[in-house]
Design a protein around this ligand. Structure first.
Ligand SMILES: Nc1ncnc2c1ncn2[C@@H]1O[C@H](COP(=O)(O)OP(=O)(O)O)[C@@H](O)[C@H]1O
Ligand SMILES: [Mg+2]
Length: 318
């Protein structure tokens, strides 16, 4: 077996952590930023400030609904965009220009409100009993913190099991956060069912602009994925693998979701490094896939000659 003298086993974790912490910018980042910039106010000189654009005489703000399959990269994208946005940063204590929460489980109007209060640093929130009390506090805290953007991740969970009445209450509550004094920009991220439910309501449709992240394709994304494989390999001091149809297999194995494809590249590099290999090979992708998916022999996307016909999501392939 060829071994790589440049990298010690103990360094593997550091290399992998380094790769995992890298954020890869894509055209979708610009698209999201364009949607967000439309909603953030500018001063007389055109500089963006920590305040939302108000769209009507009643002081209404607008929101963004970002939809993609699991593992597409929604959470990473919005997190990165909010952390980078010049108008949403502060070093001042007691200010939170943006606040992100993940919908808790079980997802109810109350549990969501409590989670927002928790993130907003409101320790006495548990003493509040009624949804209206909780949401009155939410509103008050957001105003106090000067919050401009409220981001609710995994928002589809809010609509998963609720009755029609509960869903209506949730939509109404979110709407009220976008009206009047201290109104915030609401960003919802989730899978397709988020929009299927939210868009039943005409008022929601009117208030949110929608972004659907496209699936990864060979035509559109082969170049960038190959470049990522090359760059990540180099950073791990591995020679790049042979190209052949590796990217096509990667896209198929990654369910055409960008985040999943990146994860697989990194996991494969981890396998190669643990083996002490000097180059990344398709077999490392195959082994990593085996570990992640536990598939039956002949069903590994990176080994099978008929890989394109394998249904990666078929139940119990192993
Ligand atoms: N732009 C990106 N750059 C680097 N890694 C990314 C990027 N987008 C997603 N990932 C990685 O892909 C995985 C899934 O991304 P995530 O944002 O959790 O997806 P989602 O929220 O759509 O399920 C994560 O491990 C994340 O680190
Ligand atoms: Mg996510």
């Amino acid at each position: 077996m060829t071994t790589n003298p440049q990298i010690q086993c103990s360094e593997v974790h550091a290399v992998i952590d380094g790769l995992r912490s890298k954020y890869v910018k894509l055209p979708r980042d610009r698209e999201f930023r364009t949607h967000l910039d439309r909603l953030i106010k500018r001063d007389d000189t055109g500089r963006q400030i920590a305040a939302p654009v108000v769209f009507t005489s009643t002081g209404e703000t607008r929101g963004i609904a970002l939809v993609d399959g699991a593992g597409g990269g929604k959470t990473s994208l919005v997190d990165h965009a909010l952390r980078e946005h010049p108008a949403l940063q502060t070093t001042e204590a007691g200010r939170m220009p943006w606040l992100g929460v993940r919908v808790p489980s079980p997802a109810t109007l109350k549990s969501l409100g409590l989670e927002i209060l928790r993130q907003a640093g409101y320790p006495e929130a548990r003493g509040l009993r009624h949804a209206w009390e909780i949401w009155t506090q939410v509103r008050y805290r957001l105003q106090l913190l000067g919050t401009v953007v409220l981001w609710i991740d995994e928002a589809h969970d809010l609509f998963r099991n609720g009755s029609a009445r509960e869903i209506e209450d949730i939509l109404k509550t979110l709407k009220s956060l976008m009206q009047g004094e201290g109104a915030v920009i609401v960003i919802l991220t989730g899978i397709e069912t988020l929009w299927q439910i939210a868009s039943y309501d005409d008022q929601v449709k009117r208030r949110y602009s929608r972004i659907e992240l496209p699936s990864v394709t060979m035509a559109g994304d082969e170049k960038i994925l190959w470049k990522l494989i090359e760059t990540f390999s180099a950073q791990a001091k591995l020679a790049a693998p042979e190209k052949n149809d590796l990217v096509a297999r990667l896209i198929h194995a990654g369910r055409a979701r960008f985040g999943r494809c990146i994860e697989q590249i990194i996991n494969s590099i981890e396998v190669a490094l643990h083996e002490g290999a000097s180059s990344l090979e398709i077999e490392h992708f195959a082994r990593s896939f085996d570990m992640q998916e536990g598939c039956a022999p002949g069903e590994n996307i990176f080994r099978s000659p008929r890989w394109s016909q394998i249904d990666v999501d078929a139940p119990r392939r192993a």
